[in-house]
Design a protein around this ligand. Structure first.
Ligand code: PMP
Length: 426
């Protein structure tokens, strides 16, 4: 089929009139390489079809929620069965208790669970609970880490006041000295240390957590009576069948979850230890859709697959197959690639590509060959992918390297310069 985007273009034009900038937030394709479709029609398993009918092997997985495949039959059955009997009601269903039981059984540090809709709800509750628990204000966070789009954490400063960002001190991820310096600066006012499970910031190489850094964060919280928060919204259940910092032997007091916990159905969660239970019970937190029963039923079905299948080992093996194949192809074509982070959360960037020009051309060429990659955000492997899907991506990547090689000198990507100006100048 010949690649076209006439329907997408027409929708974008209509959107310009009725949606600010035509689209907003992380799913806007404004900053992606040319031709990335904005609007989609359908998704099944590991594949996605845009409104023009172009099919893509989707390595973004909805920016994380798709863990077992789009439209997973068992999970969706649980969702629709529950929805037919009642979803958003005047109170929660039985599934709320069952889900809290399942999550606290699955995640070692957790003694209780609270449910909400988006990752931002969970991280914001974590912040409030830490402040309520300690009766202190200052939070120490890693520079550049994403924790959501509320005024206290949104990356662009438009619409945000100094007061919204008060009582925050930043450290460098994995750098014990800078963490200690931030905690010293907090003095007697430390409420929490916020940590991403891995460094999965955009535009920079990913980093696994140094166990010494994770352990020091735990010790510092204990010394100061502060809470340790791990934001597992993006990586949760993709690195471990437990909180991701179980891999480095560190238990947080609070962990925030979202995305993969219900395979795309809208629900997020905050999990906590007994130490934080009373503080959690005495903040006011709620939302019109937070207690809807159907996403909870979907999450329960997802957790059964997390506990009872080899999805984790398979996504790791598929990620490793992709990584090895790309390294081989890149070397054959004379390119250096930086593939960072866990294999199942790949981030792929070119060496000698400060202006992202090679990366953008390569991603565009992949898109045209039916593979949806992202040039500067970590991607996701889902358990519905197969080895032959990975090989399909590798064949497309091989062709895409040829496109970059044949291109000659490339212009810097202008839209990214605009973004960096907005962030730096904000
Ligand atoms: N924390 C992390 C680590 C995330 O990746 C995200 C979303 N990308 C969030 C918090 C916010 O989640 P949501 O977009 O569902 O509010």
């Amino acid at each position: 089929m010949v690649w076209t985007n006439s329907k997408d273009s027409a929708l974008r034009e209509r959107a310009q009139a009725v949606i600010p900038m035509g689209m907003y937030g992380h799913q806007s394709v404004m900053l992606l390489p040319d031709d990335y479709p904005q609007f989609f029609d359908r998704a099944e398993g590991a594949y996605l079809w845009d409104v023009d009918g172009n099919r893509y092997l989707d390595f973004m997985c909805g920016y994380g929620p798709n863990l077992f495949g789009y439209g997973h039959a068992g999970i969706d059955q649980a969702y629709f069965d529950r929805a037919r009997r009642g979803d958003t009601m005047t109170g929660p269903g039985e599934a709320m208790v069952e889900l809290a039981e399942a999550l606290t059984a699955q995640v070692t540090h957790a003694d209780w669970a609270m449910f909400c809709k988006n990752g931002t709800d969970a991280t914001t509750m974590a912040l409030m609970i830490a402040r309520n628990h300690t009766k202190k204000s200052t939070v120490v966070l890693a520079k550049g880490a994403y924790h959501g789009a509320a005024p206290w954490c949104t990356p662009l400063k438009n619409g945000v006041t100094k007061a919204d960002r008060a009582n925050q001190i930043f450290y460098e991820y994995n750098d014990v000295e800078s963490l200690e310096a931030a905690v010293r600066e907090a003095g007697g006012d430390l409420a929490a240390i916020f940590a991403s499970p891995i460094k999965h910031d955009t535009f920079v190489d990913q980093e696994l957590p140094d166990p010494a850094y994770a352990r020091r964060a735990r010790e510092l919280c204990d010394e100061h009576g502060a809470l340790l928060i791990v934001d597992d919204v993006r990586a949760g259940f993709r690195l471990a069948r437990d909180c991701s910092w179980a891999l480095v032997g560190v238990k947080p007091d609070l962990s925030s979850w979202g995305k993969a916990i219900a395979n795309g159905h809208p629900i997020s969660a905050l999990l906590g230890s007994d130490a934080a239970r009373m503080a959690a019970a005495t903040i006011y937190a709620t939302g019109s859709y937070w207690f809807s029963a159907a996403p909870m039923a979907a999450s329960l079905a997802t957790l059964k697959l997390i506990a009872g299948t080899d999805y984790l080992e398979r996504t790791i093996a598929l990620g490793e197959r992709l990584r090895a194949g790309l390294d081989e192809a890149a070397a054959r074509h004379g390119f250096g690639l930086r593939q960072t982070g866990p294999a199942q959360l790949p981030l792929i960037m070119f060496d000698d590509d400060d202006t992202s020009a090679k990366g953008y051309l390569w991603n565009n060429a992949l898109l045209k060959r039916g593979v949806y990659f992202h040039p500067w955000h970590n991607m996701f492997i889902c358990a519905a992918m197969t080895e032959s899907d990975i090989d399909f991506a590798l064949t497309a990547a091989d062709d895409a390297f040829k496109v970059v090689k044949a291109s000659g000198p490339l212009e810097p990507v202008a839209k990214l310069q605009f973004l960096h100006q907005m962030v730096d100048g904000a």
